[in-house]
Design a protein around this ligand. Structure first.
Ligand SMILES: NC(=O)c1ccc[n+]([C@@H]2O[C@H](COP(=O)([O-])OP(=O)(O)OC[C@H]3O[C@@H](n4cnc5c(N)ncnc54)[C@H](OP(=O)(O)O)[C@@H]3O)[C@@H](O)[C@H]2O)c1
Length: 289
C-alpha cells in the first residue's frame, strides 16, 4: 500500500538531496516536502494540527536552526527551533503513530574521548547548538515509540552554503587562507548521507545511528585537499587554532563518529570523505585553474 512520507526541512541543504533520493527509492510511496513556508515548527498547535491532518506514516525531521555561532548568540531561538520545534514534530508523529527520523549532530559530544564516538557514548555538548539538538533527541526518544536518530557531521553539498564552496571562493580572492587545524572530524557529502538515510529507512532501522563519510581529518587538511583536487596551487594554506579564529561557539576538538553500527546492522558502508569530495567537485564546482 502507498505510504505517505513527510520531510520537514525539505528545502535545506540536506533536504533537497534527500527529496531527490527518496522520490527515486520510494517511487511507490508519496513523498511530501515541507519547509518554513508550510510549517513553522516553533508554533506548537499549528504544527501538530498540520501534520496530524496529513497523517504520514513516516516523518523525517531535518528542520533546524543550524548556524552554530548564531545559536550561541540567540539561545532562545536555538531552543525554540531545535528543541521545542522538535518536540512539536515528535508530538505530531506520536499522534499519527508515525515512525520518526531525526537528524542530529556530532556536536552533542565534547571531544575529550579522542577516539571515534559510538552511539552509546554519553553526550556532553560544548555549545548551545549541540545542547539544543540533544534536547531534540531526548524529546524524540521520550515521545515517539518508533524512532530513528541519525547523528552526522560537517555537511557539504550542492544545495547550501558550505565549507568547500567557501574555500574555493576565498581562493579566488586571496593569496593565503588561514584554516583551523585543531578540530578533527569527517566531512560528509549530503548525497552520501541522503542515500544512507534512505537505506536506513528501507532497512527499518531503529534507535541511534552515527552516519558520516569515513576517515578523520581537520578543517585544515580538508581545505588543502579541496584546493589540491581543484588544481589550485598558488594559494598558501596556514594552519591556525580555534582560539585564533575566535568564533562565539566552542567546538569539540575531536568529534569523529564511529559508524560501525551502521555497517554491522545494515551492511551500509560510508566511503572515505576524499572520494566523496572528488565526486562533489566534479559534479558541482567549476575548475579554478
Ligand atoms: N550542516 C551540518 O554540517 C550538519 C551537521 C550535523 C547535523 N546537521 C543536521 O542535519 C539537518 C539538516 O541540516 P542542513 O545543513 O541541511 O540544514 P539547513 O540547510 O539549515 O536546513 C534546515 C532547514 O530548516 C528550515 N527551518 C529553520 N527554522 C525552521 C522552522 N522554525 N520551521 C520550519 N523549518 C525551519 C530552514 O529554513 P531557513 O533556511 O529559511 O532558515 C532550512 O530550510 C539539521 O537537523 C542539522 O541540525 C547538520
Amino acid at each position: 500500500m502507498k505510504r505517505m512520507i513527510l520531510v520537514v526541512g525539505a528545502r535545506g541543504m540536506l533536504g533537497r538531496d534527500l527529496m531527490g533520493i527518496l522520490n527515486a527509492s520510494f517511487s511507490g510511496d508519496e513523498v511530501i516536502g515541507w519547509d518554513i513556508e508550510e510549517i513553522d515548527i516553533r508554533k506548537e498547535d499549528q504544527s501538530v494540527a498540520r501534520i496530524e491532518k496529513l497523517r504520514p506514516e513516516i516523518v523525517i525531521h531535518l528542520a533546524a536552526y543550524t548556524d552554530v555561532d548564531g545559536c550561541e548568540l540567540d539561545k532562545e531561538k536555538a531552543f525554540a527551533v531545535n528543541a521545542e520545534g522538535t518536540r512539536h514534530v515528535a508530538l505530531a508523529a506520536s499522534k499519527c503513530r508515525a515512525r520518526m527520523v531525526y537528524l542530529s549532530t556530532d556536536y552533542v559530544f565534547d571531544g575529550d574521548k579522542r577516539e571515534p564516538y559510538s552511539e552509546s557514548d554519553p553526550p556532553r555538548p560544548l555549545n548551545v547548538y549541540g545542547d539544543s539538538k540533544l534536547k531534540g533527541e531526548q524529546y524524540v526518544q521520550e515521545l515517539v515509540k518508533d524512532f530513528l536518530v541519525i547523528r552526522t557531521q560537517w555537511l557539504y553539498g550542492p544545495f547550501g552554503k558550505n565549507f568547500v564552496d567557501s574555500i574555493l571562493r576565498q581562493a579566488r580572492e586571496k593569496k593565503a587562507l588561514s584554516i583551523v587545524n585543531d578540530q578533527t572530524g569527517s566531512p560528509t557529502y549530503t548525497v552520501d548521507l541522503a542515500k544512507a538515510i534512505s537505506g536506513l529507512i528501507q532497512f527499518g532501522a531503529r534507535g541511534i545511528f552515527h552516519v558520516a563519510n569515513s576517515d578523520p581529518c581537520t578543517w585544515y587538511t580538508f581545505g588543502q585537499a579541496i584546493l589540491k583536487l581543484s588544481g589550485v596551487n598558488q594559494v598558501r594554506v596556514i594552519p591556525i587554532s580555534s582560539k585564533e579564529l575566535g568564533r562565539p561557539a566552542a567546538r569539540p576538538s575531536y568529534s569523529v563518529l564511529n559508524c560501525q553500527k551502521l555497517k554491522k546492522e545494515t551492511g551500509l558502508i560510508m566511503r572515505p570523505w576524499s572520494e566523496a569530495l572528488e565526486d562533489y567537485l566534479s559534479a558541482c564546482c567549476r575548475p579554478l585553474s
